[in-house]
Design a protein around this ligand. Sequence first.
Ligand code: ATP
Ligand code: MG
Length: 258
Amino acid sequence: MANNPSSMPLLAASGLCKSFGGIQAVSNAEIKVQQGSITGLIGPNGAGKTTLFNLLSNFICPDKGKVIFDGEPIQQLKSHKIAQQGLVRTFQVARALSRLSVLENMLLAAQKQTGEKFWAVQFQPHIVVKEEKELREKAMFILESVGLAHKAQDYAGSLSGGQRKLLEIGRALMTDPKLILLDEPAAGVNPTLIREICDRIVAWNKDGMTFLIIEHNMDVIMSLCDRVWVLAEGHNLAMGSPEEIQTNSQVLEAYLGT
Ligand SMILES: Nc1ncnc2c1ncn2[C@@H]1O[C@H](COP(=O)(O)OP(=O)(O)OP(=O)(O)O)[C@@H](O)[C@H]1O
Ligand SMILES: [Mg+2]
C-alpha cells in the first residue's frame, strides 16, 4: 500500500464541486472513507450522491476539488487508471453486457491480461494460456462467492435485477480493488437477495475489503455501516454513526421529511 498510515483515510475528498448548466449538483462536498470500513452515503433523490461517485472515480471531471486515494491525489487520473489503483465503482443501473455470458462479463472486467497484447500472444502463448486459465479460475471462485457460479454460462441478459447487481459486484472484485463504491446495491432487489448481498458484503469486509455504499434502503445502511455521510442538495448535511444519523433532526427534516 502506498503511503497510507492507519490514521490516514483510504479515500479523502474535499471541496468537490460540479454543476450541470444551472444545476449545482455537488457543492463543496467532503467525504472520508477509513480503511477497512463500510461507509454509507445517503440523501434524498437528486442530492448529488451518484454525481459524487462520478467525481470520486473521475467518470466526470470535477469543476473544483481534491481526491486523495491511498495517499495519492487521483483527481487528474483517467477513470481506468483509478480503477487500476484499486478504486472501483458499480453503477446505479447495472451495466452487464446482456449478450455475453456471465463468465465472459467477469473475464472482461479483469485487468492486465497478457492475452490482450499482440506480441505476448505471438511469442508467449504458454503464458497467455496459463493466465487465461488462472483468470477463469478466479472468475469462477468469485462467481461462487456472489452465488452466481451456476449461471456462469448463461447470458447476463437472463439474470434478474438482483443477480445483475451481484454480477456488478463480482466484476468489481475481479480487479482486486482496495475500495468498492456501490451505487444502490439493494435497489430493485427482492428482500431475500438483499439479505444475501448484505451478508456477502460483511464477509468481504471481514476479509479486508473497504466499501462506500449509496443506498436508500435504511435497514441496509443501518445494519452495514460504521459511518454514514449525508448529502442534501449537493451539500454535506451530516456525518456520524448510524445511530447519530437516525436521530439527527436536520437529517430527519431533510431526508425523511419529518
Ligand atoms: N449528466 C447530468 N446532466 C445534467 N444534470 C445532471 C446530470 N447528472 C446529474 N444531474 C443532476 O444533478 C443532481 C444530482 O443528481 P444525482 O444523480 O447525483 O443525485 P442522486 O443523489 O444520485 O439521486 P438518486 O437518489 O435519485 O439516485 C440532480 O438534480 C440531477 O438531475
Ligand atoms: Mg443516484
